[in-house]
Write a protein that binds this ligand. Structure first.
Ligand SMILES: Cc1cc2nc3c(=O)[nH]c(=O)nc-3n(C[C@H](O)[C@H](O)[C@H](O)COP(=O)(O)OP(=O)(O)OC[C@H]3O[C@@H](n4cnc5c(N)ncnc54)[C@H](O)[C@@H]3O)c2cc1C
Length: 453
């Protein structure tokens, strides 16, 4: 008998579970209340990186002095940016639809709810409903921005991340609250668009979870570009004034601007899923899962942001794939466990920041013996050619075996270059493997080989 899998949520996790499940022969129903591709396509990864690319084109030109170019002074056209974002989103949604349809996935436009352990209801926009029996259920309803009660987000002057693609007007002075990955990307984006930017940093370091040396490189760049950093400033309120906003900090300081943007994390979309109908409990709204992404009810899986693991699109997709393989009985094959510690991640600032595996600071905290090697991009011919020698490559390896345990890259194309280290970490390659790889010349990747020496 054909295995029936019902998936609620069509973001990266749901899309991947559907694609791989169908490929492995399952009959798939995918219920999505909004747009296939999920928040990742509509609000998060794609529009933010597309806007950063526009800002990057501007800052590239600004940095091109000395490259033999006549200087030009382009400016931001918000309508053009908006049109570009809709175009990208439409193309991605179409291709997502095409892939799923070609694999005979049944796409249902509606809100999915669990009625019982093997029964899912889809309520369509016109209020009709259809029920689906399932052997396996995959919950991947994602998350949404956390909005605190001390800030009245109005989408006009006080913005959530979802109001920023792009806002109605370019902020003259944007006050960003939140200095994690999302916050610093918005700082970079709007600064490169020409806005004045103030960043409220609740602790003493931007990117508090990152390697201090990496965070310091970003802070230096922000300061060089005129970003105002208010460290140790925990926001407690945002007041709207006639012409703008005032963001108040716990210690009495405040920051004035034309707009404020909140980037203080997200909360899971789990409250109306009907989890109580099947006895699944949540931890802070997240569905607790085991290493196969199974919930407390073993044939009901959760993936993506809802699973409370690493909130990354890449991780969500990999979880979706692993779930499909597990449900279809492939769990006895080797290498089937997803190791979150080996996920590469990037921050699309300028310079870009990317890392994977064991961080130097974490190794020290654990008292673990490691070898750390670091080479700046200033030694690279390609960096000179690019007119951008900022940043470095750092590799963390095992001093006894040479196995690459992790690494960080700060600099242009770090998000691409980290893939080499991600492969090394996943495959257990050694620094010698990197040293003996014949990289292209001239290429930034050559610095990886040098850092591995
Ligand atoms: C500003 C920002 C930028 C980011 N940039 C990156 C990046 O560059 N790289 C990266 O890897 N990650 C990035 N992320 C994180 C990434 O967007 C998420 O980790 C990813 O979208 C999670 O995928 P998902 O499938 O769990 O959920 P989502 O993409 O949120 O999709 C969930 C889907 O479920 C649907 N849904 C919800 N409830 C129901 C229901 N009851 N019935 C039917 N459908 C439902 C929603 O409509 C949505 O389409 C970013 C996040 C933010 C906030």
């Amino acid at each position: 008998m054909t295995t029936r899998i019902v998936i609620i949520g069509g973001g990266p996790a749901g899309h991947s579970a559907a694609t791989y499940g169908a490929r492995l022969g399952a009959e798939i129903v995918l219920i999505e209340r909004d747009v296939l591709g999920g928040a990742a396509h509509l609000w998060d990864c794609i529009p933010s990186k597309a806007m950063i690319a526009t800002g990057g084109a501007l800052s590239f030109l600004a940095r091109s002095e000395g490259m033999g170019l006549e200087q030009v002074s382009p400016h931001i056209d918000l309508d053009g940016v908006r049109e570009r974002l809709s175009g990208i989103e439409a193309k991605l949604t179409n291709s997502t639809n095409r892939v799923l349809e070609s694999q005979k996935v049944r796409i249902v436009d509606g809100i999915g709810t669990l009625l019982g352990p093997n029964l899912v209801r889809a309520t369509t926009p016109d209020g009709e409903h259809e029920d689906f029996e399932a052997d396996y259920i995959v919950l991947c309803t994602g998350s949404r921005p956390r909005l605190p009660d001390w800030a009245a987000v109005d989408g006009d002057r006080i913005l959530s991340t979802r109001d920023a693609y792009p806002p109605k007007q370019l902020p003259e002075h944007l006050v960003v609250v939140g200095s994690g990955v999302t916050g610093v990307e918005f700082v970079h984006m709007f600064r490169s668009f020409g806005s004045e930017v103030t960043l409220l940093v609740s602790r003493q370091q931007v990117l508090p979870a990152k390697d201090p040396e990496v965070a310091a490189a970003l802070e230096d760049d922000f300061i060089r570009r005129g970003v105002n950093l208010m460290k140790g400033a925990r926001s407690t309120g945002i007041e709207r004034t006639e012409s703008g906003v005032i963001v108040h900090a716990e210690d009495g300081r405040h920051a004035e601007g034309s707009h404020a943007l909140l980037a203080i994390g997200s909360i899971p979309n789990s409250e109306s899923l009907g989890l109580e109908n099947v006895g699944i409990e949540t931890d802070g709204g997240y569905v607790t899962v085991d290493h196969h992404c199974r919930s407390a009810v073993p044939h009901i899986y959760a993936a993506g942001d809802l699973s409370g693991r690493l909130p990354l699109s890449s991780v969500a997709s990999m979880q979706g794939r692993k779930i499909a393989e597990h449900a279809m009985g492939m769990h006895d094959l080797p290498h089937r466990h997803l190791d979150y510690d080996k996920a590469a991640s990037a921050i699309f600032t300028e310079p870009e920041i990317a890392d994977v595996g064991l961080a130097e600071a974490d190794a020290f905290a654990e008292g673990r013996k490691i070898r750390v090697t670091k080479v700046p991009f200033s030694v690279s011919a390609k960096a000179l050619i690019n007119n951008d020698s900022r940043g470095f490559v750092k590799i963390v390896s095992d001093p006894a075996t040479g196995v690459v345990l992790g690494g960080s890259i700060v600099g242009r194309h770090a998000a691409e270059l980290i893939s080499v280290l991600a492969l090394a970490v996943t495959a257990g390659l050694t620094v010698t493997d990197l040293v003996e790889s014949l990289f292209v010349h001239p290429a930034l990747a050559e610095v990886l080989g040098e850092a591995a020496e």
